[in-house]
Unconditional design. Structure first.
Lengths: 156, 174
């Protein structure tokens, strides 16, 4: 049914779309809820944040599982994979904390709302930088792909 | 991000993740008469459609930005047709989502059927995109020499250039 997925070295590239899209979607909806003072947007943002938190957990788990098996040179591992892992673990930590906060004061914390929004934006920033390292591994070093031979050494 | 050949890969996450999310939430909302899930499903649908529009636009621009061979070109054409079809059907879903009673779309099950179709198209197109990148090396920098056949790549591989419509047609007639 999905021949591309069958050729992948691991599940990580299939999963990563979900945290990126859902967490960014949650931020947009929380921003809309804040600007428009809309409960409906706040409820939607909360649901999307919880789904994003579940998916980022799966993405980190599949990423950690894929780490040993993915064909990459040591220099690429050092320069790209290591920071990718650090940023994504930080994203998971922030997301877990923010989701917990949102659950306790659902759907949109009233107390410390400004801090909540700021931390949500920080989480998106951290995730974006981490995802950029992931994108560079795929598009600059053919991580997880079979189109060319490994190892490809890191170049600036 | 500046080192990636094009920005299309940045936007493809949205339709791939948000159409299945919209389907899940609308599915739960319609089957369980759960209004909040329908509202969240609607939000996901609109975000998915906005993401699809940007993904289609950046995809159309991206086809000119990296060297590719005949095989990637054919895959890209199929990817384009599916993408345009999906974008059109998703706009129909947006229009349909406005026709609702207590957030439940009128003709809820046909609506869900169309959403299943759009989700399937999004996942199939994502899969085709993954084949282009991970197997064929489309837009992957170190794969350029393989694609252009400089270092003994795919059998019969050659660089495929997009020209004007006339040039392109002429190229394919050969």
């Amino acid at each position: 049914m999905f021949p591309g997925a069958q050729h992948l070295q691991n599940l990580h590239p299939l999963v990563i779309h979900f945290p990126i899209a859902l967490l960014m979607g949650a931020v947009l909806l929380y921003m809309a809820a804040w600007l428009l003072k809309s409960e409906r947007f706040a409820h939607s943002a909360f649901v999307v944040l919880v789904m994003g938190a579940l998916s980022v957990t799966v993405a980190v788990a599949t990423g950690l599982y894929a780490e040993q098996g993915v064909m990459l040179s040591l220099s690429v591992r050092e320069q790209l994979l290591r920071p990718h892992k650090s940023y994504m673990l930080a994203t998971l930590a922030l997301c877990t904390m923010l989701t917990g906060w949102a659950i306790l004061a659902r759907p949109f914390p009233k107390k410390g709302r400004g801090l909540f929004l700021l931390l949500v934006l920080v989480m998106i920033g951290v995730m974006t930088v981490g995802a950029d390292f992931g994108g560079r591994m795929v598009y600059d070093y053919n991580a997880g792909g079979t189109a060319c031979r490994q190892p490809i050494q890191f170049t600036k | 991000m500046h080192q990636v050949f094009n920005v299309h890969p940045v936007f493809v996450h949205f339709p791939i993740a948000l159409f299945p999310s919209a389907l899940l939430l609308y599915g739960l909302g319609i089957m369980l008469n759960w209004r909040a899930a329908c509202v969240a499903g609607r939000a996901c649908l609109y975000l998915a459609v906005a993401g699809t529009m940007v993904a289609v636009a950046t995809g159309l621009m991206a086809q000119e930005t990296f060297p590719h061979n005949e095989r990637i070109h054919h895959m890209m054409q199929t990817h384009k047709v599916i993408g345009l079809l999906m974008a059109s059907a998703s706009l129909l879903l947006v229009w349909w989502s406005f026709l609702h009673k207590a957030q439940r779309p009128k003709g809820a099950y046909p609506f869900l059927g169309l959403l299943v179709l759009v989700t399937y198209l999004a996942l199939q197109n994502g899969d085709l995109g993954a084949r282009m990148v991970f197997i064929e090396g489309a837009a992957v920098k170190p794969a350029v020499s393989v694609i252009t056949g400089e270092h003994g790549g795919h059998e019969g591989a050659h660089t495929h250039h997009h020209g004007t419509e006339e040039e392109t047609l002429g190229h394919h007639r050969h």
